[in-house]
Design a binder for this molecule. Structure first.
Ligand code: SF4
Length: 235
């Protein structure tokens, strides 16, 4: 079972990569430019969510060193959580204080590139990297206006500079992965990427799936991670 659901996600991710490559090439032919590349990691300070199956694929391949970095990151998220009043506040707090994704290498490359989640694959920036990590609440109205006017509205998820088509397809594929879990276990699990990886790596969460949503909820509660900003069980 575990292998089957993971293989399904792997196939979807490989196909998605092909779609993304073709999209970037087509955009370049028309004079457009996607600024993402190796060593460019500004978006890796943002919150990353994924389906549980995507996290299992990552938990299966990381080193002990990476697992330790994930554990440290999860501890930081636990500490930050009580200070978040709402989702917007949580996302801002996360960007400012949680630090970069624990899978980011010292040279700024993704340490789990081949198995990274849909949401990382889907994020294509049509403007320079400084805009990916920017806190727009700190920009002047002139800067914001300049940014908005520079956007290629035919492709971006306005008012962001990320490509809408790949973002939407990434969300659709996440849904498919969630439906596979739902079909097998009558519930699905979605949430913070590092937290789900941590729960699989340290607590073998996948073994609890056949025991139902309550068993998963119990583990999340026991670990102090049962919170809508961190993980959601759909049953
Ligand atoms: S998984 Fe890789 S691409 Fe995604 S946020 Fe982490 S380091 Fe960045």
């Amino acid at each position: 079972m575990r292998r089957e659901v993971c293989d399904e996600v792997r196939i979807l991710q490989e196909r998605f990569d092909g779609v993304i490559r073709r999209w970037i090439d087509g955009y370049a032919e028309g004079g457009g430019r996607v600024h993402c590349g190796r060593g460019c990691s500004a978006c890796c300070s943002l919150t990353v969510n994924c389906t549980f199956t995507e996290a299992v694929r990552v938990a299966d391949v990381i080193s002990d060193l990476q697992a330790a970095a994930v554990a440290g990151h999860v501890a930081r998220l636990r500490q930050l959580l009580p200070r978040a009043r709402d989702l917007t506040g949580w996302l801002r707090l996360h960007r400012r204080e949680a630090g970069y994704c624990p899978f980011l290498d010292h040279d700024g490359a993704c340490g789990v590139y081949a198995v990274r989640p849909f949401s990382c694959r889907a994020l294509l920036a049509t403007r320079e990297s400084r805009w990916c990590g920017a806190d727009f609440s700190e920009l002047s109205s002139e800067e914001k206006r300049g940014f908005v006017e520079s956007l290629d509205r035919s492709v971006v998820a306005f008012p962001m500079h990320y490509v809408a088509a790949t973002r939407d397809l990434g969300e659709e594929l996440e849904q498919r992965a969630a439906l596979t879990l739902m079909a097998r276990f009558s519930f699905s699990l979605y949430g913070s990427f590092p937290i789900l990886v941590h729960l699989e790596r340290e607590h073998r969460l996948s073994d609890l799936l056949p025991r139902g949503a309550d068993a998963v909820r119990h583990l999340l509660e026991r670990e102090g991670l049962f919170h809508p900003f961190l993980a959601a069980i759909h049953d």
